[in-house]
Design a protein around this ligand. Sequence first.
Ligand SMILES: N[C@H](CCC[C@H](N)C(=O)O)C(=O)O
Length: 287
Amino acid sequence: MKLTFTKMQGAGNDFVVLDAINQQVDFSTEQWRRLADRRFGVGADQILVVERPTVPGCDFRYRIFNSDGGEVEQCGNGARAFARFVSDKGLSRERSIRVQTMSGIIAPRLEDDGSVTVDMGAPVLEPAAVPFDAEGLEGHLEGRDTLWPLPLHQGVLETTVLVSTVSMGNPHAVQVVDDVDTAPVAEMGPQIEQHLRFPKRVNAGFMQVLERKHVKLRVYERGAGETLACGTGACAAVVAGIRRGLLDSPVRVSARGGELSIAWAGEGEPVYLSGPAVTVFEGEIEL
Ligand SMILES: N[C@H](CCC[C@H](N)C(=O)O)C(=O)O
């Protein structure tokens, strides 16, 4: 079956974007994996699917599949690529659209400077809703945030990391490190991602605070491994940093693949994610 796709990236987080309005897109987990495979397929961190909405008041439905083939609730960098795609393909002539996702409605807006700003909705902070199983754990209060001790095994050693837990529709565990470049992302990332206290697994963020309005961030993503940038991870890290009293909105987030900007006015308020959305190439593939 021939499939047309557009390859896109936002701060180095890369995507295969599929128009499922004008072509049949209905794949198995294995086929999603193959499409995302960097040797046997096109290659991407996530596959983004554009559909007609099924809820009133929305312009599109947005589905997201990680490179491991699993469908997930939200993708921030992908939301910017989505908005650029539907505009470039003439599927929408609006600069601001409302998009239905598995975790609620988001609202991307195309900016005059070519960037895209997305209302990502309000973060969910109740541990059980992240979801995170805090049963029997003693949280450490810091500012308005609670840091949870996660026991990890490194060889015969057992270490404990303190994480903030935040949902942006998808789950995040954020820790502050002294230096992202030397942080043990490759070793610790998978251990946190698959930690039993996260029943849906989790995206593991490693944030270095440079100053109150500027951080560096690396994220070992659920279902994709470390990516060059993670939009929802940047949102979650800034929300945690503001709640801990470390950051002031808006915050510049320097990821390995580029720069994002996050603004948040506090509990109950939406998080705004701004950054680039770039088309790399178009193609066709037989799947
Ligand atoms: N790996 C994430 C989905 C993609 C998120 C990230 N690429 C972003 O820009 O938000 C998860 O399983 O929740």
